[in-house]
Design a protein around this ligand. Structure first.
Ligand code: BES
Ligand code: ZN
Ligand code: ZN
Length: 495
């Protein structure tokens, strides 16, 4: 798929469907975009008579001359934002593809409300590319679907003075959408393909392609060097665990970010086995790791002037004769011991070693991403990432990045009163409480023990990494959450 930016007015691209935007009014659209549409009186009256109001993502397809116009609602004027632009593009691109057209022509919604030409072009590109995402690696695509394939996304820019900025935005949007799609592919890939070794090989391939440093510690090394958290979880699996450190270090970097990803390629629960209903979804328990790889890929491609260390603990969580058992005590990399009272609370065990390992890089910020708790799904559902940190400035930066990208975070308290629930009688810590209260927070309190002294934030993405609902630019399935959020965090980091 190509993304092309061209100077062109409404209706000047022949043989294609032209998309226009409509701002919602009471009875009919209050405004059409780009503003030049207003000059086409026949079109305006056709839209007004169609009963179309302009509600967000409402669509209507109208004949115009020899071709078609697709009108897509942008919602009320008070709600206009870049998120509306992304949704607009995703909705439009999918309608156009469903109709079998090969090209979608999107107007640069050059309205100051949305931002500058570059950010609007970036949002349009991200929305269209991510909306068209499909996972076709493991099936023979039926002919009728194979032919429904868009090959060009054309951004039609009316003012020549906007061209350069729009091209820059479209290029950036393409890089970001490709990184998110890469992350989605890894998450959607089943656990018999996406094994810990597969993740390590993907990291190595990124390193070759983008000249990054990649170090993979194999299982034997983890045992020898005392990575007790990962080893405890991994010892029940026939697929050897991989501890992946992928580093992007440009010469002019002034800040260092460490991103830790939970990479459980399949979570059966281990000996504390999960019920079988919906267990297949536990292939997405490596969505944190997939996000970390996507972030490094995008940041290195965009040449962001920051150093990034991606730290991933990749392993399965399996029950077997060699698996850890409830009551076992592990000695983690930090030296702290953990009584494993539930083998299904494995994410925190592997992350304990990742967070401790992050200390050696003296990062300016450490963020971990993990599909950590079912309790987070219960508390926040699929719209908000659970954020836990004591670092006010990091919290507010993450919150800002969440607003910008619409990968929104919602903060839960990390008060010290929640801490004692994670103390064990025979080890330094236990990995689950005995009350079941505040499951998301107590998991974070456990992690906090291993992030001592670090400017650290924890993101629980259990509810947001996977969606059962089709959204305008997030098709049902893997979301690829976290990539856009943390790229935005780094981009807007002003010392
Ligand atoms: N991977 C799960 C959390 C999860 C649940 C992610 C649903 C996505 C959707 C995690 O390893 C887990 O099993 N957590 C347990 C913790 C409990 C034993 C304290 C949970 O949430 O039930
Ligand atoms: Zn688990
Ligand atoms: Zn898990």
């Amino acid at each position: 798929m190509r993304v092309v930016v061209k100077k062109s007015g409404i209706g000047q691209v022949s043989g294609a469907v032209q998309v226009i935007g409509a701002v919602e009014g009471e009875q009919r659209p209050e405004r059409l975009l780009p503003p030049s549409v207003a000059r086409d009186r026949a079109l305006v009256s056709l839209i007004q008579r169609s009963g179309f109001r302009g509600a967000a993502n409402e669509t209507t397809l109208l004949p115009k001359g020899a071709g078609w116009v697709l009108v897509v609602g942008l919602g009320k004027s008070k709600d206009l934002s870049l998120e509306r632009v992304r949704q607009f593009a995703g909705t439009a691109a999918r309608v156009v593809r469903a109709r079998g057209w090969k090209q979608v022509v999107l107007p640069l919604l050059s309205d100051r409300t949305f931002g500058n030409a570059d950010t609007v072009a970036q949002a349009l590109t991200e929305g269209a590319l991510l909306g068209l995402y499909r996972y076709d690696h493991l099936r023979k695509v039926p002919a009728h679907e194979r032919h429904r394939r868009i090959d060009t996304i054309l951004l039609a820019v009316e003012r020549a003075s906007d061209l350069a900025a729009a091209r820059k935005g479209a290029a950036k949007g393409t890089v970001i959408a490709e990184a998110v799609s890469f992350s989605r592919d890894l998450i959607t890939g089943p656990s018999n393909i996406v094994t810990p070794t597969y993740l390590a090989n993907q990291a190595r391939a990124l390193a070759r392609e983008l000249r990054l440093k990649c170090q993979v510690l194999p299982f034997a090394t983890l045992k020898r060097r005392g990575f007790g958290g990962i080893v405890g979880v991994a010892q029940g699996s026939v697929h050897p665990a991989q501890f992946i450190v992928l580093e992007y270090r440009p010469a002019r970097a002034t800040k260092t970010f460490a991103f830790c990803g939970k990479g459980i390629t399949f979570d059966t629960g281990g000996i504390s086995i999960k019920p079988s209903a919906k267990m297949e979804l536990m292939k997405y328990d490596m969505a944190g790791a997939a996000a970390v790889l996507g972030i490094v890929k995008a940041a290195a491609t965009l040449k962001l002037p920051v150093r990034i260390v991606g730290i991933i603990a990749a392993t399965e969580n399996m029950p077997s004769g060699s698996a850890q058992k409830p009551g076992d005590v592990l000695r983690t990399l930090s030296g702290k011991t953990v009584e494993v009272l539930n083998t299904d609370a494995e994410g925190r065990l592997v992350l304990a070693d990742c967070l401790h390992y992050a200390k050696r890089f003296k990062p300016d910020a450490v963020v971990d991403l993990a599909t950590l708790t079912g309790a987070c799904v219960v508390a926040l559902g699929s719209e908000a990432i659970g954020l836990m940190t004591k670092h006010e400035q990091l919290a507010s930066r993450l919150n800002q990045a969440g607003q910008t990208t619409y990968e929104r975070v919602w903060r839960l308290p990390l008060w010290d009163e929640y801490g004692p629930a994670m103390k064990s009688d025979i080890a330094d810590l236990r990995n689950v409480t005995n009350t079941g209260e505040a499951g998301t927070i107590t998991a974070a309190k456990f992690l906090e023990e291993f992030a001592e002294g670090l400017p650290w934030a924890h993101l629980d993405i259990a509810g947001t990494a996977w969606t059962e609902k089709d959204k305008p630019y997030i098709p049902k399935g893997a979301v690829g959450i976290g990539v856009r959020l943390l790229l935005s965090l780094m981009e807007n980091w002003k010392s």
